[in-house]
Design a protein around this ligand. Structure first.
Ligand code: URA
Length: 198
């Protein structure tokens, strides 16, 4: 059974292991018309508890980088490839990513962002449909065909990677600053999208 309300999924039992491990479905948050859409992998423990993506330690890293780039968390849309917490925070399996793909596609179509930022390898490879060397490619803006539309995608490392490996921090912050720049943010809150430059 699947029930949706706009881009939100209210009830879904497609993935038996995730139905078992989740407390709730974690939908995307942020404005329906956000210029920037951040896509992570799947909710962790804290996200599962609070029902919101990126509210744990990774979320603090993301929030700090957004703030440093002149953006508030509330200015952007944040979602995940998979909406239910995998057991023991394992990576989502391919069939689980497939099962949830239509919800992410519907959300992308609904929000129609100027730029999608993939946080980590799983969303990068999923949306670009190829293997991605995230650390090497971080900060690159590429085109992807999604739901019949051409979309601009900025590849970024996962914020959690910066917690395990401090050397990833600068690349992560630079990519978020670039996203803010391309999405039209500036420290004074004004500015225009510079996507035409890329
Ligand atoms: N990691 C993710 O990929 N998504 C979240 O929502 C939290 C941590």
């Amino acid at each position: 059974m699947v029930e949706t309300d706009g881009p939100d999924v209210c009830a879904c039992e497609r993935c038996p292991a995730l139905v078992e491990s989740r407390s709730r479905i974690v939908n995307g948050v942020g404005p329906d018309d956000a210029a920037l859409l951040f896509v992570g992998e799947a909710p962790g423990a804290q996200e599962d508890e609070e029902g919101e993506p990126f509210v744990g330690r990774s979320g603090s890293v993301l929030d700090d980088a957004l703030r440093d780039a002149g953006l508030a968390r509330a200015d952007v849309r944040i979602t995940n490839c998979v909406r239910c917490r995998p057991p023991e925070n394992r990576d989502p399996h391919a069939d689980e990513l497939d099962n949830c793909a239509e919800f992410l596609e519907a959300e992308i179509a609904h929000v129609d962002p100027d730029l999608i930022v993939t946080l980590g390898k799983v969303p990068g490879e999923r949306l670009l449909d190829r293997s991605v060397a995230v650390t090497k490619e971080a900060g690159s803006v590429v085109d992807a065909r999604l739901g019949g539309e051409s979309r601009r995608v900025l590849i970024c490392v996962h914020p959690a990677a910066t917690l395990y490996d401090r050397s990833q921090r600068d690349g992560f912050e630079d990519a978020i600053a670039k996203a803010a720049d391309l999405g039209g943010a500036s420290a004074d809150g004004g500015g225009q999208s510079r996507l035409g430059d890329y």
